[in-house]
Design a protein around this ligand. Structure first.
Ligand code: BGC
Length: 525
């Protein structure tokens, strides 16, 4: 990783020797708790990192008190990384899997593209507030997007019935085929469905639970591929040949393998957007729920569930670091008690955590002259995109204007700095938690290969990673610290969900299919 010495400030050095004597103190300049973290924050910065916004760093002791529980030392992050490793083992285990918080779902994606794939495919991408339909052509080791269309998923459909949702998807697909004059062709279809699903075969996928604000009735526990096929057949005006189901992490990893970069192997796919998750290539011999022992299979970790209480983890693995703000975000969400890790990390929740902290600070007379406005007190008025803007702003006035406009408060310069500090603290925690889980995955791949050092690539997508001004640097720096034996290269995926789904479909056409065994070692149907 291209580190260089970037600070001339001796404060962290002094502080770090002080820290040996007073381990619970914070660095006054950046509020980091551990000595390593402070050194890491002040001295080692990747070259491309943005310069911090100019302006004095004030210390706000009472504000720091509120923010302290969000600051995780490197020691704590190492501990969290080890807990995640244990949860991964539980999820892969044939007997413990049912009760595991981190589901480690087999995806039946066993091979990466070998360059021989070709043909025309349809891809559907459902995972957020939009649904995308794509026509993809695979040829000469390239994935080309012929055309695509976006359909909005209105709130009433996200929270309506399953039939309404799948009818809506089938309608959007029909309109797209019509516009492309493809209705008479029966093309194979890759379906990127970005929710936790238990796949028993590549084209059979049972929804475990909804996440990210979806709650359509009658879908959990059902095969989503069948629901899609039923909706298409009900219309009767077009048909598709085969359907292959993939998670967005898997599609991202697969499309990264087809990008033109110097690393041939992309063994990890990661999403940090509205939701968060990662997949990686695991040795078949460790996937105890499948009968084959040779080769590899991509595992969808569903790391968003890390920290959920389960019979194997009670108390939950993250209970000791959950703040009152996290608990409130969870309790007021549409799926309380589940996807705890996701609620500490992803774009759907970060802004709301910040808002709750701002309300608390205002109630304690530490912000906005102690006046909680209706806007400030309204759920979801402060979004993750506003954090990105505030953290990337070059001058205080931009921050002041944004906050005043958004929250209808009177915002002083000091207020603006406090808000920036809150945003930085919450996004840093998010990046560091992701790093802890990613370090565990990278180390697992390294140990599987029995190597002292691993060099591999991660395909990444998601608005938080892509749009936040320094999230990726915080994440990448922390992984380098937590997994020093692993040299990870990160590749941002463009259109990865759609292109990857087409690629998985293309690869599946030349692959024998595996199945999942039930607890008795028999094939599950
Ligand atoms: C889902 C995952 C998905 C992730 C990113 C989570 O809420 O459970 O399946 O990969 O969001 O979209």
């Amino acid at each position: 990783m291209p580190f260089h010495f970037s600070s001339t400030c001796l404060l962290p050095v002094l502080w770090s020797s002080l820290h040996d004597h007073f381990p619970d103190t914070f660095c006054p300049q950046c509020l980091r708790r551990s000595a390593t973290e402070t050194l890491f924050c002040h001295f080692y910065r990747p070259k491309e990192r943005l310069a911090p916004r100019p302006g004095p760093r004030l210390t706000f002791p009472s504000v720091e008190e509120t923010l302290k529980p969000f600051m995780l030392s490197m020691k704590k992050l190492r501990e969290i990384s080890s807990r995640f490793t244990k949860e991964m083992d539980n999820g892969l285990d044939k007997k413990k899997h049912q009760k595991a918080a981190v589901k480690m779902l087999p995806t039946f994606v066993r091979a990466k593209p070998d360059g021989s794939e070709r043909g025309d495919f349809l891809a559907l991408d459902l995972g957020g507030t939009n649904f995308r339909v794509l026509h993809i052509r695979v040829e000469d080791k390239k994935i080309l997007k012929v055309d695509s269309q976006i359909c909005a998923i209105p709130q009433e459909i996200m929270q309506g019935t399953g039939h309404e949702l799948f009818d809506h998807l089938a309608k959007c697909l029909g309109e797209f085929l019509e516009s492309q004059k493809l209705k008479e062709q029966k093309l194979p279809l890759g379906f990127t469905f970005s929710f936790p699903c238990e796949q028993t075969e590549i084209d059979k996928s049972i929804l475990i639970r909804w996440t990210k604000g979806f709650s359509c009735s009658g879908v959990e526990g059902k095969d989503v591929v069948q629901l899609l096929k039923d909706a298409i057949h009900k219309r009767g005006d077009y048909d598709i040949s085969s359907v292959v189901m993939v998670n967005d992490t898997v599609a991202t990893m697969m499309s990264c393998n087809q990008q033109e970069h110097e690393d041939p192997d992309c063994e990890i796919g990661m999403i940090i957007g509205t939701g968060t998750n990662a997949c990686y290539m695991e040795d078949m011999k460790n996937v105890k729920r499948c009968e084959e022992t040779e080769g590899q299979m991509c595992i969808n970790t569903e790391w968003g569930g890390f920290g959920d209480k389960s019979p194997l983890s009670d108390p939950g693995a993250l209970d000791d670091i959950l703040t009152d703000f996290d608990k409130e975000v969870d309790e007021t969400s549409i799926n309380p008690g589940v996807h705890i890790f996701e609620k500490m990390i992803s774009g759907m929740y970060l802004g709301e955590i910040v808002r709750l902290v701002l309300v608390e600070l205002t109630n304690n007379n530490l912000l906005f002259e102690g006046k909680v406005t209706v806007r400030l007190d309204t759920k979801h008025t402060f979004e993750t995109k506003h954090m990105s803007f505030i953290e990337g702003a070059r001058v205080d006035q931009e921050v002041i204007d944004t906050i005043q406009d958004l929250l209808k408060v009177r915002c002083s310069e000091d207020d603006a700095r406090v808000v920036s500090l809150v945003c930085d603290t919450i996004s840093s925690r998010s990046a560091h938690l992701c790093a802890a889980a990613l370090a565990a995955i990278a180390n697992r791949i390294r140990l599987n290969k029995a190597k002292d050092n691993l060099k591999t690539a991660v395909g990444v997508d998601g608005t938080v990673y892509k749009k936040h001004p320094n999230f990726r640097h915080k994440l990448e720096d922390a992984v380098a610290f937590l997994a020093p034996e692993c040299d990870l290269k990160f590749y941002i995926s463009e259109d990865g969900s759609g292109k990857g789904a087409a690629m998985v479909t293309a690869v599946a056409q030349r692959q024998p299919h595996s199945r999942l065994m039930n607890g008795n070692g028999e094939e599950d149907r």
